[in-house]
Design a protein around this ligand. Structure first.
Ligand SMILES: [Zn+2]
Length: 261
């Protein structure tokens, strides 16, 4: 998104400017995406485009007032549920944890004391929640995790028409991407791919009392989960803007967060 505001990209600063610009009241924002298959209707880039654009929009909204700086987007992450598909680039779980710890350790030398992970890929969520504590213990940083939309497997909303299973490449994600990159979506290739049988379970289901390990081709050979056929850019715009509003409000709480002390 074009912006007339001065850059708040960490990498645009010089080394000496870090010392005079970043301090204990600065919030560092690390967008985390993925490069992984999203079915035939979407490119590999979906999660990192959404994470990057959401972070940029949040910074445009509150970067000046809350002193937020945007770290370079981590574009490749833990996508092993899509490892079966050509195109997917991934880090293993232990590599990803080491990458996060190395990034946090080096970012902490800037003098900032708060690090926010903005995650666009649901497959990272469990690991990132673990990383929050690992980073806090090792570096002393106060750590936070936010999502443009909380994945349904972690209690996030998903449309009724998708039976709560718009997990990957479904209506909402496809709509947001249509809003951001309209020329890169081919809805002619999209079909309804909802694992209807799962909806009958009371416990063993996405977001149920009992979790299960899954790969994206366990449900269907094409590896997307949801119903993108009704996706549209207007819905995408609404979801995107609502997410930016919510995350900007959360950033204001992060600014002063001190464990309730
Ligand atoms: Zn995605």
């Amino acid at each position: 998104m074009a912006s007339t505001q001065p850059s708040r990209l960490y990498e645009d600063l010089t080394g000496p400017e870090i010392g005079s610009t970043i301090n204990k009241d600065t919030i560092l924002l690390l967008p985390i995406g993925a490069v992984e298959q999203h079915g035939p209707h979407l490119p590999l880039s979906v999660d990192h485009v959404i994470a990057h654009e959401t972070a940029s929009a949040v910074i445009a909204e509150c970067g000046e007032t809350l002193d937020v700086w945007q770290l370079p987007t981590l574009s490749v992450s833990k996508s092993n549920e899509h490892a079966w598909s050509p195109g997917t680039l991934m880090l293993s779980a232990d590599t990803m944890m080491r990458v996060l710890l190395d990034l946090a350790r080096s970012a902490a030398t800037s003098g900032a004391e708060r690090l926010v992970l903005l995650n666009g890929h649901g497959g990272n969520t469990t690991l990132l929640n673990t990383a929050l504590r690992e980073i806090r213990l090792e570096t002393g940083l106060k750590t936070f995790l936010m999502h443009p939309s909380l994945p349904p497997a972690y209690g996030g909303a998903s449309p009724e028409e998708e039976l709560g299973m718009g997990i990957h490449g479904g209506r909402d994600e496809t709509s947001v991407f249509m809003h951001l990159r309209p020329d890169q979506v081919n809805l002619d290739l999209a079909e309804r791919k909802v694992p209807e049988g799962l909806a009958e379970n009371h416990h063993v289901k996405f977001g149920g009392s009992t979790s299960f390990g899954w790969l994206s081709n366990d449900f269907d050979a094409e590896g997307y989960i949801g119903d993108p056929t009704d996706a549209n850019p207007e819905l995408g715009r609404q979801l995107f803007e609502s997410a930016v509003g919510t995350l900007s409000e959360a950033m204001a709480e992060i600014k002063t967060f001190d464990f309730g002390r």
